[in-house]
Design a protein. Structure first.
Length: 283
């Protein structure tokens, strides 16, 4: 599941490639990914439109376009669980799971998704409920504490609430809690001010480190069988040595903690796997 770092690296890669490009025609092979935008609305808005910029909000890609009539339009993309977005030469055969293809002349912008849980839509309502960005002024110790103080949910589960802080997912919630020395079982409202401040910093540090590592991967996928390393974490067959991040706890059950050598444990919270060190994260 792509989280903030993967999306951020993809945005940095794609932004200069699409900026100023004009959409000549649109091919939608899976209308489901446009919802609630209709196929007619999507084609009418995109054909003849020019890409102005690409930014990230939480786990979303936000494309700003100027329509053929000169009106600004926003296009929101979400990778879901298996989505990929890239440019490929016009004559490259389209992959089986290409959901949306924007023809840009000599190249195609391809949104590919094998499970179709993602979105590429004109509907921007999904952005309205997002909490502050991790590095924004709005994500302060005070605002973070206020978001946690009434919640009886375990802190790991609460961190997945995108209204608390935008972009944190399952991997980085576990990693940030480990760095902060906080048990994933601890009720959110029971965190002390010092723990809240420490966790806010480790969220920022964990995400920044992941982006830094991910930015070293060349995203050169061209529609062939080779993979471009879009998902930077975990074991991937054939991945180069610099591919895997040194995750501290995530997906390391039964392996020794890098700090204290205690074996990493796994528990299930809200139907998601949580990984933690029972020694470094007591309480």
């Amino acid at each position: 599941m792509p989280e903030l770092p993967e999306v951020e690296v993809l945005v940095r890669h794609l932004a200069p490639l699409v900026r100023g490009r004009k959409v000549r025609s649109v091919q939608v092979r899976r209308p489901k990914v446009l919802q609630p935008t209709t196929l007619a609305e999507f084609q009418s808005a995109l054909v003849g439109a020019t890409f102005l910029s690409l930014t990230r909000r939480g786990k979303y890609l936000v494309f700003q376009l100027r329509s053929r009539l000169g009106k600004p339009r926003a296009l929101v993309g979400h990778l879901g669980m298996t989505g990929r977005m890239y440019l490929a030469p016009e004559k490259t055969p389209l992959p089986k799971h290409a959901a949306v293809v924007l023809h840009l002349g000599r190249e195609n912008f391809i949104y590919e998704d094998t499970r179709y849980f993602g979105r590429l839509t004109l509907d921007v309502s999904s952005l309205a409920g997002l909490g502050p960005e991790p590095w924004s002024r709005e994500f302060s110790d005070g605002s973070f504490s206020a978001a946690l103080k009434k919640s009886t949910q375990p802190i790991k589960v609460k961190l997945l609430d995108q209204s608390v802080v935008a972009g944190v997912g399952n991997i980085y919630a576990s990693e940030a809690l480990f760095r902060a020395g906080i048990s994933p079982r601890l009720a959110a409202r029971r965190l002390k001010p010092a723990q809240v401040a420490r966790l806010r910093q480790t969220i920022r540090q964990t995400l920044a480190d992941a982006i830094k590592r991910g930015s070293t991967i060349p995203l050169n996928y061209a529609g062939a069988d080779e993979r471009d390393g879009l998902f930077y974490f975990g074991s991937v067959p054939g991945a180069p040595d610099y591919y895997a991040e040194r995750l501290q706890v995530y997906d390391r059950v039964g392996q020794p903690c890098r700090k204290c050598k205690t074996l990493i444990k796994r528990l299930v919270q809200a139907a998601r796997s949580t990984f933690y060190c029972p020694t470094c994260q007591r309480g």
